[in-house]
Ligand binder design. Structure first.
Ligand code: MSP
Length: 645
């Protein structure tokens, strides 16, 4: 029998925002798991894609003034570009607007309708559009009681009363509980399983799986007034992409299903651990083997998201640090079971410690020593000494530990264990002092180098799923390469270290990141403080001329939502146009004082997004004796857009 394909999925992303570091996190975890399976000689299939239907997307398209299909089409390059920039090696990028997906989801609904597992009814209750969730059914929609906020995201919900089709979710309660009991490892981390069991044990209502008041969705089979509920549409992507329901893809589907690993964020556990298994049970399909549910990436303890305006742009991070370094940081640093606060400082410290100091230096050291002593071919010795055998044993122990962590998808533990081994190799080289030994015993020197290179080669292979480019370059420097094949990992563990390496000169792989490169935008106060502290320096008049300072009249000044400092100013800057400029002056100025005021603005500062709003310049102020900001104004009125000179 041919081997089952190792099938990995990510959530499919709503195309209402560009991917941020949080979306990248889910996708990198899935990519690393796929590559890890390849390392073990598995045939793999990696699915990602976009969730394009539903009210949330329709509303976003509407506010962008675009037709929904044009709107979603326009978002696709943003996703594909980021995945490409991060070497996400997917096999299919599914879009829920793909023809095959649409037809198969309709087929799925039709089959369940025919079996009376879906029936027509009426939903009256609260609906959360940002989460696309039916929050609470109310017995009497004319008298719905107090409005509800969404238990998941806390935002306001809307009252919906419309005919709809229900999936008989309540019929699966016992079957689900049995499944959880028989498969206690279904969800990682296990704690989330307890939440799911208690949710299901509390009783399940039938689930509404169509919408009458929404147009942007897959037409409901046999009822033109309804579209399929976006979660019923989206969850099925995992089987439609594998070819479920297509006679010519039956074999492929059988080789792929059930999915081996479904990576999701903790906010969508209920959909994947309750509704999705029930859908599959209804269709007589096996259930996925594992749901890896990860925590959120936070900034200042708040979930990173576009709506909060704290999203970190993956492309900007890549430009600064490179794809492999960011991938490594995400996987090694963030424990899947917990939320983790992102900071540039933390990223740089981690990368400097693990990659520049440990791994990069080891390679540099080996290359420098072999190079200086004109060694290009490193032959294995006929017998290894005690220290080398200990290093090899330690490697074998490490592989066992790393495999065990990876089997439980504890990736941060797995890869930190590899780095721990890199420290062991460094300690070995240090203790052997090859730079001294080479003077009297060149053979011994070659043994030390060969052992270090064998050990480093193994570490590089194990780190390849996280840093495919850098590790291929590292292996290239040793004259080796990644050759995936059956039992690759086992061969590495059983390796007797009898390879010959050809040392090839390469540029250092991991440059140390200097603190000065940290560009976490300082607050205005911090900027002022730094400027005050710094010593007097002079600039040329040409430098001054580079700064475009011009006059502008404030047309409106409004508080920025959720910010206690920022005012959003709309400013007429004459020849420079109308600008939106954010200023942290809520405590210094009221809107009334500002509207009509002519001030001075820096207009060629790089635009900066704060709290989700782009600031296209900076208003100039000086502090008075009490520390309050006072606007720099003009003595007498001048045309807006007049440049300071
Ligand atoms: N479209 C649904 C998923 C349907 S799957 C059949 C959806 N999309 S989403 O774009 O809102 O979120 C996709 C994934 O990104 C979720 O797993 C979510 O947890 C993850 N993340 C979004 N923000 C995140 C962080 N700040 N940190 C980590 N992951 C986060 O839900």
């Amino acid at each position: 029998m041919s081997q089952k394909t190792f099938y990995v999925t990510t959530p499919i992303y709503y195309v209402t925002a560009k991917p941020h570091l949080g979306s990248l996190y889910s996708t990198v975890l899935a990519d690393v798991a796929t590559r890890w399976a390849q390392l073990q000689g598995r045939q793999t299939f990696f699915l990602t894609g976009t969730d394009e239907h539903g009210q949330k997307v329709a509303l976003a398209a509407d506010s962008a003034g675009k037709d929904p299909k044009v709107f979603v089409d326009d978002f696709i390059p943003a996703y594909k570009d980021v995945w490409k920039a991060y070497d996400i090696d997917y096999n299919r990028f599914i879009r829920t607007t793909d023809d095959d997906h649409i037809k198969l989801v309709q087929k799925w609904v039709k089959e369940l309708l025919d079996q009376d597992k879906i029936y027509k009814g009426h939903y009256a209750g609260w609906y959360c559009t940002p989460c696309e969730t039916f929050v609470k059914q109310v017995p009497d929609s004319d008298n719905p009681g107090d409005s509800q906020s969404c238990p998941d995201c806390g935002r306001d919900t809307v009252l919906v009363s419309e005919p709809c089709y229900f999936f008989r979710l309540s019929a699966y309660q016992d079957q689900l509980i049995n499944f959880y009991k028989n498969n206690p490892d279904f969800i990682t981390p296990r704690a989330r399983m307890n939440e799911v069991i208690s949710f299901v044990s509390d009783g399940l209502n039938d689930l509404c799986i169509s919408r009458a008041s929404v147009d942007w969705g897959i037409p409901f089979p046999g009822d033109l007034d309804q579209v399929i509920y976006v979660w019923a549409d989206a969850l099925n992507n995992y089987i439609t992409a594998a070819g479920w329901g297509l006679p010519d893809k039956q074999k492929q589907f059988e080789a792929m299903w059930p999915a081996d690993l479904q990576v999701i964020g903790k906010d969508i556990v209920r959909f994947h651990a309750v509704y999705w298994p029930a859908f599959l049970m209804a269709s007589g399909l096996s259930l996925p083997k594992k749901l890896l549910t990860h925590g959120w990436i936070t900034v200042d303890q708040k979930k990173m998201s576009k709506s909060l305006g704290n999203a970190v742009d993956p492309l900007e991070l890549r430009t600064r640090y490179g794809s492999d370094v960011v991938r490594y940081y995400l996987v090694r640093k963030l424990a899947v079971s917990q939320d983790a606060d992102f900071s540039y400082d933390d990223l740089e410290q981690t990368v400097n410690a693990d990659l520049s100091n440990a791994l990069g230096n080891l390679l540099n050291r080996i290359c420098a020593l072999t190079n200086k002593n004109e060694v290009s071919r490193l032959e294995p010795p006929s017998t290894w000494g005690e220290a080398e055998l200990a290093l090899r044993d330690e490697l074998r122990n490490m592989i066992v530990a790393v495999k065990a962590s990876m089997e439980e998808y504890q990736m941060h533990m797995a890869f930190s264990r590899v780095i721990k081994y890199v420290h062991v190799i460094n300690a070995y080289v240090h203790s052997q002092q090859p730079w001294k030994i080479v003077r009297d015993d060149r053979d011994k020197f070659l043994v030390i180098m060969s052992a270090a290179v064998h050990a480093l080669r193994a570490a590089a292979v194990l780190l390849w799923p996280v840093m495919p480019n850098k590790m291929e370059a590292l292996l290239g420097a040793l004259g080796a390469s990644m050759q995936l094949g059956p039992d690759y990992l086992e061969k590495l563990a059983a390796d007797d270290w009898n390879d010959t390496f050809t040392m090839i000169k390469v540029q250092p792989l991991f440059a140390r990141i200097e603190k000065t490169k940290i560009k976490q935008e300082p607050s205005m106060d911090e900027q002022v403080k730094t400027e005050n502290k710094s010593e007097q320096t002079f600039i040329d008049i040409q430098d001054f001329a580079k700064v475009q300072i011009a006059t502008g009249t404030i047309l409106s000044a409004d508080k920025v939502e959720k910010s206690s400092k920022l005012l959003q100013l709309e400013v007429d800057c004459g020849q420079f146009g109308r600008r939106t400029i954010l200023s942290g002056i809520q405590k210094d100025y009221s809107s009334e004082e500002l509207v009509g005021l002519q001030g001075l603005f820096v207009l060629n500062l790089k635009p900066r997004v704060m709290m989700g709003v782009e600031s296209q310049g900076m208003m100039l102020f000086a502090k008075d004796a009490q520390g309050s900001l006072k606007a720099l104004t003009i003595a007498g009125k001048v045309p807006d857009g007049s440049q300071a000179q």
